[in-house]
Design a protein around this ligand. Structure first.
Ligand SMILES: *Cc1c(COP(=O)(O)O)cnc(C)c1O
Length: 363
């Protein structure tokens, strides 16, 4: 008899940061536009510092940091990272300083990308920002943080490093095992059974957490991971590596089957953090059908991936689909010019006049 899931998870130190449970919302107008029954897990509403999936993920590493009496957090990610923004806020909540290493993952960025959105918030939280010229070498980014941690320790600080590479135990994925459990409880309450789950997949903490969580709870439904960073093959290997470690951490190694990993990279081009027409259209569609905001880096791509899955028939018409909204909304402003130049075809109407506004055809 395996130990209960909650017991296996609660042996890991945790600090509560999120406003959970987050809502599970029906999205009937957007669903009808896509030809499915669409439900959205609103993890954009996890609360802390504009929310998103990183709030659930950080509860475990920060629990470890706090139980080790750390006073300084170190974290590395992209310039417009939601992870580092939430870490900077959570650090303040817990009375810690945060050092953020910003990697150059996205080519051809403009001034807003470097100053607005998450960067603005990082600065507001008083984090120390460090530039890092590389964007695709996770072990090297971690090593650079470890070096900084060493200097901070020599200066009398008590640093805690939140590593990026998948060789480190995926503590953050525990947050998504709990999220899977939370969502299933909500679905049960509404008497709903989902046919499919769609989520973004980057570091894979979210994807692996949901996959392992559902499986540990005896629910076998496809979880489609929409690639935001790597091609489908590399991403599937990443998810397997994280999910295997996670299943072992919660003492349920038997619940993970590598064949359950589904990844799709059909909307990734031209690459991480870069827009394409399908993503712009998905963002506009959600906004205009449902009053729902999606972000340009993750959830916009994920919605574009869902649309592709329905169009290709991989997710059959009429299916009941759960979309995991992982947040990321501050980045809308950092991509303001790239999105705005596309929207600005629509003029302001002169005062009091009715004009025919030819809205962008987003279908
Ligand atoms: C980080 C992030 C993701 C990717 O989640 P992983 O757990 O890293 O795979 C998705 N959406 C948003 C908004 C994020 O910030």
């Amino acid at each position: 008899m395996p130990i209960p899931l909650t017991k296996a998870i609660h042996k890991f130190p945790r600090v509560r940061l999120g406003h959970t449970p987050t809502p599970l919302d029906a999205a009937p107008r957007l669903g009808a536009a896509l030809g499915i029954e669409l439900w959205i897990k609103r993890d954009d509403c996890t609360g802390m510092a504009m929310g998103g999936n990183k709030v659930r993920q950080l509860e475990f590493p920060l629990g470890e940091a706090q139980s080790g009496d750390a006073d300084t957090l170190l974290i590395t990610s992209a310039v417009q990272s939601n992870y580092v923004r939430v870490a900077a806020a959570a650090g303040r909540r817990l009375g810690m300083e945060t050092h953020i290493q910003l990697e150059e993952r996205v080519p051809d960025v403009d001034a807003l990308y470097r100053s607005s959105g998450n960067v603005l918030l990082d600065r507001l939280f008083g984090a120390t920002l460090h530039s890092y010229p590389v964007g695709d070498d996770e072990p090297a980014a971690d090593a650079s943080l470890d070096l900084l941690a060493q200097s901070l320790a020599e200066a009398g600080r008590r640093p805690y490093v939140i590593h990026l590479a998948p060789a480190h135990p995926p503590l953050g994925a525990l947050g998504y095992v709990l999220a899977a459990e939370e969502t299933l409880a909500q679905a049960r309450e509404l008497d709903l059974a989902f046919d499919a789950v769609v989520c973004p997949t980057g570091s894979a903490l979210t994807h692996a957490g949901i996959l392992v969580g559902l499986s540990a709870l005896g629910v076998e439904i496809p979880v489609y991971g929409i690639c935001v960073r790597r091609d489908a093959g590399s991403q599937a290997a990443r998810v397997r590596q994280v999910a295997e470690q996670l299943a072992a951490m919660i003492e349920r190694p038997e619940v993970f089957d590598g064949d359950d990993v589904l990844t799709f990279d059909g909307v990734l081009a031209p690459g991480y953090g870069r827009l394409n027409d399908a993503v712009r259209e998905a963002i506009a569609l959600a906004a205009r059908q449902e009053g729902l905001l999606l972000d340009p880096v993750y959830t916009g791509k994920t919605m574009a991936g869902l649309i592709e899955h329905v169009q290709s028939g991989v997710i059959p018409a009429g299916s009941r689909v759960l979309f995991i909204h992982t947040g990321g909304l501050p980045a809308l402003f950092a991509y303001g010019d790239k999105l705005g130049s596309w929207l600005s075809d629509v003029p302001w109407a002169p005062s009091g006049e009715v004009v025919d506004v030819d809205l962008i055809d987003y279908h």
